[in-house]
Design a protein around this ligand. Sequence first.
Ligand code: PLP
Length: 273
Amino acid sequence: MNSVQQMQRPTSAELDAADPLAGQREAFYAPSDGQLTAYLDGNSLGRPLKATSAKLASFVEDAWGSRLIRGWDEQWMDEPTAVGDRIGVVTLGAAAGQVTVGDSTSVMLYKLIRAAVDAQAGRDEIVVDRDNFPTDRFIIEGIAAEKGATIKWVASNPASGVRTTDLEGLLSERTAVVVLSHVAYRSGFLADAAAITAMVKEAGALMLWDLCHSVGSVPSNWTPGVWTLLLVAPTNTSMAARAPPRSRTSTRRSRTDCNSRSGAGWAPTTPSA
Ligand SMILES: Cc1ncc(COP(=O)(O)O)c(C=O)c1O
């Protein structure tokens, strides 16, 4: 083999033929006009699975249609944590009890950041970078106005992303929560989550990582530790991940228990990503 042959790269067709995931394509719906070869603009709205149609129909007819209100206690109340456990193992390397499936990413962002500010009595500053995903910034601006909190903007390089040095001078005893994206959505920059989380923890603040562009795309392992909340949206759902509540008397909860749980059980995970 000469040097030119050695340098030849495989063609797209050859890579496709060798792709162990290629067969999975058939599991998803594609636009009926056949015009779309690759869908790279999914954000939090991926292609639906074909299996979802039958499962939705079965849910309406069998689970909801036949069990009616009994469905809550028989199954549905446990689904967020049961499904969260399975997703957490596969996508985050998280342990059971650390991940729960919630509302849309934006709704969960609001809930988590709002709860973080409330949980940090005497701290009235929220730190976020100017280049973070627009929804994240808009939600933080709303919460700051609502709570009378101050936003400390991180001026990171938009061509890369947030580094530990960008946070210097911004963290203090007034910092309630720091909100950053693990992967910068424009540049693809991967933040040093472990080092940044350690800095934030040192300042006594909470760290919230938006993992929308990270989970399932880059290797990461978010193992139990201290002061981190994770928000991820690998498909069309969002999940909040955290360590289990410090005391948990029952794994099954009634609807009234659930109400009293909101905003509680915060805490602890530290990434080793
Ligand atoms: C990084 C990031 N954060 C937040 C959001 C908001 O998600 P949603 O519109 O599903 O609430 C998105 C959506 O694409 C996102 O990519």
